[in-house]
Write a protein that binds this ligand. Structure first.
Ligand SMILES: Nc1ncnc2c1ncn2[C@@H]1O[C@H](COP(=O)(O)OP(=O)(O)O)[C@@H](O)[C@H]1O
Ligand SMILES: [Mg+2]
Length: 450
């Protein structure tokens, strides 16, 4: 059931409803080959200018490449946008120009046209959405990265209906195959050595296209988190859901930015921050599975009842194996930082240090990891932590930038450490960034069981 897609308009401007998607392999390959060439050409221009003595900054180069890559990614939609968002969030592994381009990704995808939305419903239920619901708004209320969200009503209830772009699930593997060479070149990495990491990301991305899985995981985590105060979860409607359609209660509230524009009092920010903190610590340490996408788009905030967080989007959930949990917790324990031999042993176990490393490299890894862990663990080591001080997040990002500056580390052609840490790191960085923007003071002590 592929759409007839070979005649993709060359330049679909954002905001125009899509009536076709560039989902055939050929169309996307062509698009990507072009981008690869342009990125390559930008590098050549850059070095030519530099060789000619012109004063050109690496920032300019990154900005040009980011625009090219972004252009191609927004044409491709789908899974690739998720990767872009993830990279945008991990500011420490992307130059600022990429991060800025990609941060907008979620909000720039053009919506699906009415006929494609109806087709998704007919494929799944044999009925149009207008037959299935008492009321269904044809215009999407929100764009999502691999779908869009419509407002509907049924039996008097306000519902959110997430409809996935057609072809996303079918094409995700070939998307990755196309992006890989460009991304590896831009980041200067070698395929074989990054395979486990790519595999981890690919698995999460594929899971994200499975709305039936999202429903099950969302239900499970919500049911096991009901006792936590000031959180709201949407109820799901399995009979109105399918592999590409997810129907749930419409949750009230605002995204972080709009919410902050209403100048909420400090007590409300603190309560919201506490709710988020408690929710994440409960998932990480008790449930051992975690909503691994703490992006501002995935929470709806309200000032009612002193501050309430609506939790959305269980599309990206990381299950934490027991040994990974033990290792991660041990690395963050204060005793570890005071004991270099213990730190070294844990880092060897985590695959960061290797017995054959030359002493200078080993020393450098130990020092940088010690600094990173000190910073990431700082909120745990005091009874309460004021995330409102932007210095903390700045220090975290500066640490990432600093790592990239170390010639000895930059020469390493492969990332190190367990692939399970990718989504755990992302969860921590995302959570900390949210709490920092909220400006919340949170009771953090005793969060990590020892
Ligand atoms: N249950 C809901 N109630 C209200 N708004 C919702 C609901 N679910 C999603 N949305 C809106 O749609 C946006 C995208 O939904 P989300 O589930 O995060 O999609 P994606 O998985 O593609 O990121 C959210 O940021 C939110 O604004
Ligand atoms: Mg989302």
């Amino acid at each position: 059931m592929q759409e007839p897609l070979d005649q993709v308009p060359a330049d679909q401007s954002a905001g125009q409803p899509l009536s076709s998607l560039p989902t055939t392999k050929v169309a996307r390959a062509a698009r990507f080959a072009k981008t690869g060439l342009k990125v390559g050409a930008n590098y050549v221009k850059h070095y030519a200018k530099r060789a000619a003595g012109a004063d050109v900054s690496t920032e300019d180069l990154h900005a040009a490449n980011a625009a090219e890559l972004y252009g191609a990614l927004s044409q491709m939609k789908g899974s690739v946008l998720k990767v872009a968002q993830m990279l945008a969030m991990e500011k420490n592994i992307l130059p600022a120009a990429y991060a800025e381009q990609f941060a907008q990704a979620q909000y720039q995808t053009p919506p699906l046209s009415g006929p494609l939305v109806s087709k998704a419903f007919r494929d799944a239920f044999g009925k149009s959405p207008y037959e299935l619901f008492d009321e269904f708004e044809p215009q999407a209320r929100q764009a999502a990265s691999i779908g869009q969200v419509h407002f509907a009503r049924q039996a008097g209830r306000a519902l959110a209906v997430k409809v996935q772009y057609p072809g996303v699930a079918d094409s995700i593997r070939s998307d990755i195959r196309l992006v890989k060479p460009v991304a590896l070149r831009v980041l200067g990495l070698d395929e074989a050595t990054v395979r486990p990491y790519l595999q981890e990301v690919e698995t999460r991305l594929l899971e994200e296209t499975d709305y039936a899985l999202e429903l099950r995981r969302g239900e499970a985590i919500a049911a096991q988190s009901r006792h936590l105060p000031h959180l709201e979860f949407a109820r799901y409607y399995p009979e109105l859901s399918a592999a590409r359609i997810l129907t749930m209660d419409w949750l009230p509230g605002q995204h972080l930015k709009e919410f902050l524009a209403t100048a909420p009092p400090q007590a409300v920010r603190n309560q919201l921050g506490q709710a988020l903190w408690d929710f994440y610590m409960h998932q990480l340490h008790t449930l051992r599975q975690v909503h691994a996408d703490p992006h501002p788009g995935n929470f709806l905030l309200r000032a009612e009842h002193g501050g309430t967080v609506g939790v959305l989007d269980f599309g990206c959930v990381k299950e934490i194996p027991a040994d990974v949990h033990r290792l991660f917790t041990a690395l963050l324990a204060p005793e570890t930082l005071a004991d270099e031999a213990r730190l070294a042993a844990l880092l060897e176990e985590a695959g960061v240090l290797r017995p054959q490393d030359p002493p200078s490299l080993r020393e450098l890894y130990l020092r940088t990891l010690h600094d990173s862990l000190t910073l990431v663990g700082r909120p745990f080591r005091q009874p309460a932590f004021d995330f409102g001080d932007p210095a903390f997040m700045q220090a975290l990002y500066a640490l990432g930038d600093n790592l990239m500056q170390q010639p000895e580390l930059r020469q390493q052609r492969e990332p190190r450490g367990s692939e399970h840490f990718i989504y755990l790191n992302r969860t921590y960085v995302g959570l900390y960034a949210l709490l920092t923007e909220l400006g919340a003071t949170v009771r953090t002590g005793a969060a990590v069981p020892s």
